[in-house]
Design a protein around this ligand. Structure first.
Ligand SMILES: Nc1nc2c(ncn2[C@@H]2O[C@H](COP(=O)(O)OP(=O)(O)O)[C@@H](O)[C@H]2O)c(=O)[nH]1
Ligand SMILES: [Mg+2]
Length: 244
């Protein structure tokens, strides 16, 4: 199987950073594949930057970076630019989704450009409010854009590194980057495959959920406007750089 880069964005994760990275390494090492783990913090105000540096020194396969500005998409883009390997798997620091998403997604990247881990197709133990929020958003995306995926959260997603790099300068700098990537890659004729993923997540979110909701819908609306322009461009028959 392809060598791969695990990408983990973090914000104030001093409690989980060390133990969960060790758990992840204990899972990945026996797979016998070449890999690296890239952890990116932005805006963390706790001990995350110092602990991340400690992780980097202790484990040769771990790299850590810290940026002062917030914006989980901003750090994701930086990590994608730095990734050493052709496949990227992105998970959360709370390790709330099943580890076996990683080998399953890597196998599927032979065919797909993006693998979307879908919590609602697996066993999910999360608050009803989060499930409802995700459902409403998925329906809104289906209604406004021409894409039909079931999970735009940042966790349990896998990408061909080169496919995401094509769009790095236009991918969103907040948490809607998954939506941006799915939209742009589908539009360019890429293959996106959905797989069920199990998730246990009772931890309070690191995101401010009210602000997130406003931001996500605003971003969706902007995308919708752009989509209309795109349709006009296609109608006028202008080339938009398709995947071969
Ligand atoms: N780099 C970065 N990571 C973030 C930010 N906000 C949240 N995260 C990380 O994103 C991942 C998902 O956060 P989490 O609180 O589990 O989100 P939820 O359970 O999906 O609501 C975790 O690894 C967080 O540390 C941010 O502003 N910047
Ligand atoms: Mg979580």
């Amino acid at each position: 199987m392809t060598p791969f880069t695990v990408v983990i964005p973090v914000y104030n994760e001093e409690a989980l950073l060390f133990p969960n990275t060790e758990r992840l390494i204990a899972y990945l090492d026996p797979l016998g594949l070449e890999y690296e783990i890239l952890i990116g913090s932005n805006g963390s105000t706790d001990l995350t930057p110092q602990l991340g540096e400690g992780l980097r020194q202790r484990f040769p396969q771990v790299n850590f970076l810290h940026m002062p500005e917030r914006g989980v998409g901003r750090v994701f883009k930086t990590l994608v630019a730095q990734a050493r390997y052709p496949a990227i798997v992105s998970i959360d620091m709370d390790l709330s989704t099943d580890f076996d998403f990683i080998p399953r997604a890597l196998a599927m990247l032979q065919v797909g450009h993006v693998i979307v881990g879908v919590k609602k197709k697996g066993i999910q133990q999360r608050s009803w409010l989060r499930k409802l929020g995700s459902d409403i958003f998925v329906r809104a995306v289906r209604l406004l854009l021409d894409i039909e995926y079931d999970d735009y959260s940042i966790t349990a997603k896998a990408y061909r590194t080169e496919s995401v790099r094509r769009f790095l300068d236009v991918i969103d700098e907040g948490s809607s980057y998954v939506l941006s990537i799915c939209y742009l890659i589908q539009r360019a004729g890429g293959e996106i495959i959905q797989v069920p993923v199990s998730c246990v997540d009772w931890r309070p979110s690191r995101f401010n959920l009210a602000n997130e909701a406003i931001y996500k819908f605003r971003h969706l609306f902007r995308f919708w406007l752009k989509f209309r322009v795109d349709r006009l461009i296609r109608w006028l028959n202008v080339d938009s750089g398709q995947f071969s």
